[in-house]
Design a protein around this ligand. Sequence first.
Ligand SMILES: [Zn+2]
Length: 345
Amino acid sequence: MEYKVDKKFVLNTLEDLLKTPSPSGYCHNIMKKIEKMVEDLGYKLEYTKKGAGFIKVEGENKDYTVGIAAHLDTLGGMVRSVKSTGMIRFTSIGGNLMPTLDSEYCTIHTRKGKEYSGTILSTSPASHVYKDAKDKERNEENLEIRLDENIKNKEDVEKLGIKAGDFISIDPKTTFTESGFIKSRHIDDKGGTSCLLSLLQILNKNKIKPKNNLILFISTYEEVGHGASYIPKEIDELLAVDMGCIGDDLTCTENDVSICVKDSSGPYDFEMTNKLIKIAEENKLNHAVDIYPYYGSDASAALRAGNNIKCALIGPGVHASHGMERTHYEGLENTIKLLISYVTE
Ligand SMILES: [Zn+2]
């Protein structure tokens, strides 16, 4: 049976998530937001000790549990030190595509709850002054943050309460175009998370009981490698919903749901992947079956941690990942439709 995807719900949810800062390790605010969203949909969010969230949905068959995971944490940074000039040296959280950070706006979140805006710049930021402004490599060493405060030196910055260990979020520059594109940082994996919430909304609205018990898992440390390393013990299989890769010889577009057959952690489960491909074909969903050359997912983390499960990976096609990303509403819709059929068939 076909269920209607609520476009407005998907896009509003995604926008709300994209505009809420959540670098790995700094997800408490966004998790509160998710808790409220889940509650509004008639379900309950429970927490793991390290702050991931999960939602249990009772199925027809109670002897088997399907887990579906997406991550809400994103790339970001952390204050490493304050230079004598008052500029801030930072360390990357997750695998930022460093050259794309040059000239981006950012926010520093102090541990006492204050927020300060700034701009990430090269240490040779002016072409009228520095000979190497154009060619200087954009890496952690050569990038620094210029704070939008009247400061002259390190002491002035310290007076603001900014210290090593403060989290840094990068302005996502979220934009929705008339043509249906969503361009923003961190579509990886707020795109996937909005698909999970949309699945919940459809289950609730249509009073659908999934075929098997279902646990939706929202992880908060995926970008640093150990997101879904712990998952509730009753999960028998885990489907990760994360960004689908686009580029080089891959066939995925931003309008497709991508089914990943193999990534850096090796091939995904034969039966689960076959089922996903079969559903996509039978329902005529625009989809791609691809291999991701440099990639790991929450499913990889769960397997490496020794969970006795099988895993697969799907997600909306996302262009220019870990930089200025872009996807299309259709990619999200195809992902949601694949998820609904997966849990009901
Ligand atoms: Zn991801």
